[in-house]
Design a protein around this ligand. Structure first.
Ligand code: MLT
Ligand code: ZN
Length: 469
């Protein structure tokens, strides 16, 4: 079966478009953080029609397909399973088109274009795609994950910035809905079925993206706070004072900060003396130049007014400095914490007003049940998102690591979803890493609807892992 499909794929894509050697295939099999499996080959289509043709050939030969973007996903959703029976469909050669219209302020982009490539192409037009993150994913991967990132607070997620889509369905049909319309109330919003659904219904081949004007200035500060509630008071105050231009409100706890400053590369600490319980990275941005609008002064003024008027006295220090230095710290947290020991990472959200209370509840529950686990939390508090990273020394933990992980996951997710009306996956999506919790928390009628769509698009279950089954 696999031999026949490889022959068919070679006829479609040429010899260079199909990889079968173990050493070539291996680099497509393991996820950046979670997920590792085995594929019998990798197909590398270079046009949308070729993607559809690959899917049709796989359908004809009864072969299951695992689409893969830049492999920056964090829940294992883009890696093959362990059977060795899947074909990896890599989008990396589908990256020729970035068609920019500066008047519409949209770009039609091939799914395999990297975010960094897109931003570089938009810069000469004074435009950007306002989703920003440390990793460099492909656009198609961003669509199926509904990527959030560090500036969601101001610009929204992919869903909010997507105008059109082209998708190859599992039977090989190519559906082109690359409309450039900002208004289109004509019933079902087809493109949204493919956003944040982990590629379960089809392979995105192109997307029409809404663009924003590239900011001409940014002002950045680190604000040291005595506790989480002080961080939330600051957020409320900044929303009132400078909410129009508030583009990021990222928060880093003491332990995440301590590890990152110790392990990170070429980082300059802005903190004087002891590290605070929490630090908030605050950013304002505007298309006005500094001669028209002094953002730095506006930020300093708002921070000083808040610190002086704050009855709880929760602000410990305000550090104004080089934004690049501050963002370098923020973007090195994940890797730094990963080097510290065994790590279980969470990507959760709660109503943002409850972030401090939620985090303390997790801290207390861990201290009671697993005192050897260190909570290194950080994340996008401006939009209610928190990355709780649990770190421990392997020698201190129970020998059965799989059960221990699952106990930790249940503890944190139950508190989040049931105790705080939160989400078990705020921005990383659903994949093998958290699939069991999709089953546990997503209401049955919602799961039934997602399964009915799977039945419609992919009755033979050719695409993706178990979600939404
Ligand atoms: C981030 O915001 O840095 C990432 O989404 C966190 C992660 O890698 O878990
Ligand atoms: Zn994040």
């Amino acid at each position: 079966m696999t031999g026949a499909v490889v022959t068919a794929l070679r006829a479609l894509l040429g010899d260079g478009g199909v990889l079968t050697e173990r050493h070539d295939v291996a680099r497509y099999e393991t996820g950046w953080r979670y997920g590792s499996g085995r594929a019998f080959a990798v197909a590398l289509p270079a046009t949308p029609q070729q993607v559809a043709d690959v899917l049709r050939a796989c359908a004809e030969h009864g072969v299951r397909v695992q689409p893969l973007g830049a492999n920056t996903g964090l829940v294992g959703a883009s890696n093959p399973d362990a059977t060795g029976e899947q074909l990896v469909l890599s989008l990396e050669r589908l990256n020729a088109t970035i068609d920019v219209d500066p008047i519409d302020a949209v770009a039609v982009v091939d799914a395999g274009v990297l975010l960094s490539q897109l931003q570089a192409a938009l810069e000469p037009h004074g435009l950007w795609f306002p989703i920003d993150l440390g990793a460099d994913p492909q656009i198609g991967g961003m669509v199926v994950t509904n990527t959030g990132g560090t500036r969601l607070l101001r610009y929204g997620d992919v869903r909010r910035n997507l105008l059109g889509i082209e998708v190859a369905l599992p039977d090989g049909t190519l559906v082109e809905r690359l409309q450039r319309l900002r208004k289109n109330n004509t019933g079902l919003d087809f493109k949204q079925l493919f956003v944040g659904t982990s590629g379960a219904y089809g392979v995105v081949t192109r997307a029409t993206l809404q663009l924003g004007p590239l900011p001409r200035q940014r002002a950045t500060a680190f604000v040291a706070a005595g506790d989480g509630q002080a961080v939330l008071d600051l957020l409320a105050s900044l929303t009132r004072a400078v909410g129009d231009v508030l583009t990021a409100f990222e928060v880093i706890s003491h332990d995440a900060l301590e590890i990152t400053l110790r392990r990170g590369h070429n980082l300059r600490t802005p903190f004087r003396g002891e590290l605070p319980a929490y630090a908030a990275l605050v950013e304002l941005a505007s298309t006005f130049g500094p001669e028209r609008l002094d953002l730095q002064a506006a930020l300093e003024e708002a921070l000083v007014a808040h610190a002086e008027g704050d009855p709880r006295g929760g602000i410990v220090d305000v550090l104004i400095g080089d934004g690049e230095d501050f963002w370098a710290i923020r973007h090195q947290i994940t890797e730094s914490v990963r080097e510290e020991g065994r790590v279980l990472a969470f990507d959760v959200a709660v109503p943002r007003a409850r972030l401090a209370e939620f985090t303390e509840a997790v801290r207390a529950a861990l201290a009671q049940a697993y005192p050897f686990v260190r909570l290194c939390d950080y994340g996008h508090w401006g939009d209610g998102g928190s990355h709780l990273n649990l770190v421990w020394d392997r020698s201190a933990a129970p020998a059965d690591e799989a059960s221990f992980w699952s106990a930790l996951q249940t503890l944190v997710y139950d508190l989040c979803v049931h105790g705080f009306d939160g989400s078990f996956s705020a921005e990383h999506g659903v994949g093998p890493h958290n699939h069991a919790f999709y089953r546990r928390y997503v209401p049955a009628p919602v799961q039934r609807a997602a399964r009915a769509l799977k039945e419609h698009f992919d009755p033979q279950r050719r695409l993706s892992h178990r979600y939404p089954d």
